[in-house]
Design a protein around this ligand. Sequence first.
Ligand code: AMP
Ligand code: MG
Length: 427
Amino acid sequence: MSPALPSFDEAAVLIDGYATRLGQLRPPVERVSLDLAAGRVLAQPLRADQDQPPFDRSTRDGYACRATEASAHSPLQIIGATRAGDAPAGPVPPGAAWEIMTGAPVPAGADAVVMLEHVQVSRGKAFETRVQLLPPRKLKPGENVVAKGAQARMGDELLAVGTAIRPAQIALAAACGYSQLEVFVRPRVAILATGDELVPVETLPAPGQIRNSNAPMLAAMVAAAGGEPWVLPTVADDDESLDRALAQAADADLLILSGGVSAGKFDLVEPALARMGAQFHLTGVRIQPGKPLVFCELPVRNARTAKNENGTKCFGLPGNPVSSAVTFLLFAAPVLAALAGRHKFAPRYALARLSVDAEKQAKPGLTRFLPAFCTFSGAPGQIPEVALVSSQGSGDLAALARSNCFLVVPERSSILEAGATVRILLT
Ligand code: AMP
Ligand code: MG
């Protein structure tokens, strides 16, 4: 192993810094309707178009009144009712109460709502309807009321540019009256699988051949990370084919190659990138799997987008499926997120308790990422439990597909006995 190779931590810092710088450039913007906005990135700040809630809102079915007047001893006369959707009513005079439903505006004069379940309703002498607290209940001013503007003031910025749009953000946009949103144009990500042994998924592999599973996996990972996948035909392991394919793929904002980056006789990707004038940022990282990973930038070809002013970003991922998956998550995803205009994106880690011994997995000098399964039971006082998935190595796709995270084995020897607290990379 070359001692010159950066450690995992060093490579992660390099990628993080690179992605942060890249994130300062703004991709082009387009408008999409709200129902197509999931998975996109906000290119405009989302603002409240009115106070939220727009009126003092009851959070309960019950009776609105002056909190100081609510008691178990002197009943309040019920003089009106407001349903959700009714305009604000009132005023409620002293000594009176007002029936109210969840989501309805609290009438003027009232400052609290007592829950239906906490009162007794009765008839008075003049057959008026009266309400009184059931002991030992009490009512505090403001109870069961969200004041107008308590969640947001009209004009407040509720979501910043660069926010990833998920269901909650869509709901908020709808609540604020946005039927369309300005989002960043998705970066176009070319996916180029290399290898003489590869056949398309529809083809029955001849002896010695395998199906190209990396391209569809990487396309799915690209889409999940906010890119627009552009899967190119498989490339044979010869210089001419590689040069041709690279010239075509360099039109993309980001190029993801799989295979051909190890030290074998037919691992021709790095020299092909060098022939194109690539500027290399990483040509290996002390991780396992994924050590031969390449990260570089190609000279400007087709500066379609502002992001590409420094040339197409390019990753050469090792071809083993687990290696491709891990290196994409660790290194390509943050760069892709930055190209997509996302702010504050980083691989997600968590702590978990190792449920089965993994002591034999440590390899000095290498940070390892091993397919594992974590159970997030949420049991009180318990951190998640993680165990390795049994695997035949970095070509074992079935093991990868049975996993839901990677166990991180640090490069310096550490305790990996059952019961130890360990770091996991979430997928
Ligand atoms: P390489 O990185 O080219 O040396 O490939 C390493 C291993 O990954 C070999 O066993 C390849 O057959 C396998 N491999 C390479 N590319 C793919 C791919 N696109 N899909 C599935 N397996 C692949
Ligand atoms: Mg190969």
